[in-house]
Design a protein around this ligand. Structure first.
Ligand SMILES: [Zn+2]
Length: 464
């Protein structure tokens, strides 16, 4: 009983520091400083109530969950110096031990985008020949630079087209790049990145893959002879830009939903099992699912663009960090699609090729198996609603040494290994599709499209 009282005292102190002003951090004169912030890693939380007790910290000022507290895994918590003592007291009360894995993230922030040429290993220098525009990938680029890169590719290479598929809440263009060597109606592969603003390696990797696919090397030419590619390097364009100008740790969109907090978690906003497990009704939470499915113009635009292209056979979405190859479904435990084993088989091909590149190891499975149930994600929607048989979410590098602050000299190696994974998977998919041509078409996917078919939802409402 004493223990419980103490928890409420601690939480009370933390809660009182939650901002009451509208849209905290909305108009910052300078980017938010993370000087003195440290990253704590708890031991694995062995009971549900421990995870729940820690979750009370969600959305509080000065606290960012890098890994949400869930049963049977450790939680990574970024904390301001002001909150450090309170959190440590809470952890002590709960009997949960922790390590300080990053003392002061300021040092990493200073270095993450400034490792430059000197940070390159001999191995990476070797890659220079294969990637002529490698200097572009020595740094994390801003939204405008990535957009211009895509537009320049389109103006220089007749196989590349750039299309504006919609506007963000703040009116920024969401760009879609199509790479196609022509020759009829090929099956297509869809890749997107930048759903979560602070996961910088994701847009960088999607852009890197664009570069690889257009480098005219035999491996790329061969892929383009079998597939068309669609790439949206940054979905959450407002959030991504905000991580460069306002708050490096921003995750959500920048929509104004109510008088309190900005933004929706775009990867809880998709219309398949929307607002179920692993998402929050609290607009101040980092996993707020939004007022309705597809409330965000960013997710809606991308969903429409996917629905308009029925030849997509493979959907890949990039997040970070953890090095996981996630297979649907993620919305709840024990909800595997009927063709789960086939999805795993193809993913294994990609995962093996990725790991063979530099030895980076990935774990493969559903989100509930490896992480936690999280409903409203894009890969679930791609599989369950859009009917794309092969849909995966990749949590890219690393496993927590740098977390979201992965130094920019890892862009090229991350891009290389991910491209190799993609290429191997595409090759195998090509073989699989060829074999299927001799059999009746139509995949055994489960179309459990509750949102689009329910009387209260429906396609018209989302205007897909
Ligand atoms: Zn993410």
């Amino acid at each position: 009983m004493m223990g419980m009282t103490w928890i409420f005292v601690v939480v009370g102190v933390l809660a009182s520091t939650t901002s009451a002003v509208p849209y905290p951090g909305d108009f910052l004169p300078t980017p938010k400083s993370y000087s003195g912030y440290s990253l704590l890693r708890t031991e694995p939380l062995l009971r549900e109530d421990l995870a729940r007790s820690l979750l009370i910290l969600d959305g509080m000022r000065g606290i960012h969950f890098w890994k949400y507290p869930l049963v049977n895994r450790s939680s990574d918590i970024l904390t301001s110096p002001a909150q450090l003592e309170h959190i440590q007291a809470l952890l002590a009360t709960l009997g949960v031990s922790h390590d300080v894995i990053i003392d002061d993230v300021k040092d990493l922030l200073a270095k993450e985008n400034d490792v430059g040429v000197n940070g390159y290993s001999a191995l990476e220098e070797e890659l220079e020949r294969a990637v002529p525009d490698k200097s572009f990938f020595q740094r994390y680029q801003r939204y405008e630079a990535i957009k211009n890169y895509a537009k320049t590719l389109a103006s220089q290479d007749s196989r590349v087209t750039y299309e504006n598929i919609g506007s963000s809440s703040e009116g920024k263009e969401i760009g879609l790049v199509k790479i196609s060597s022509g020759g009829g109606n090929k099956p297509a592969i869809w890749i997107d990145g930048g759903m979560h603003a602070r996961e910088w390696i994701s847009p960088a990797t999607a852009t890197y893959i664009m570069s690889k696919l257009t480098n005219k090397e035999p491996a790329s030419e061969s892929l383009l002879s079998s597939f068309d590619f669609y790439i949206v390097p940054i979905i959450n364009v407002d959030g991504y830009e905000w991580t460069h100008t306002g708050d490096r740790m921003w995750r959500k969109t920048r929509s104004r939903n109510n008088g309190r907090c900005i933004g929706v978690d775009p990867n809880r906003n998709w219309g398949f099992h929307w607002a179920e497990q692993g998402s929050s009704t609290d607009p101040c939470s980092d996993i707020y699912h939004g007022p309705r499915a597809f409330s965000e113009p960013e997710t809606l635009s991308v969903a429409r663009a996917i629905k308009a292209r029925p030849n997509i056979k493979l959907y890949l979405t990039f997040h970070s960090y953890s090095q996981l190859w996630l297979v649907p479904y993620g919305y709840a435990r024990n909800t595997r699609p009927v063709d789960y084993n086939e999805l795993v088989r193809l993913a294994q091909v990609g995962k093996n090729a990725l790991s063979a590149t530099y030895g980076t190891s990935y774990r493969l499975g559903t989100a509930p198996d490896l992480l936690y149930p999280a409903a409203g994600g894009s890969d679930d929607w791609a599989k369950g609603s859009a009917g794309i048989k092969y849909a995966y979410c990749l949590e890219l590098r690393d496993t927590g040494r740098y977390g979201f602050l992965l130094p920019s000299n890892q862009i090229v190696p991350t891009g290389e290994e991910t491209f190799n994974g993609l290429a191997a998977m595409a090759k195998e998919l090509h073989r699989t599709l060829k074999k299927q041509q001799t059999r009746p078409v139509g995949g055994p996917y489960v179309n459990a499209d509750k949102e689009l078919n329910s009387p209260s939802g429906g396609e018209a409402e989302y205007k897909l």
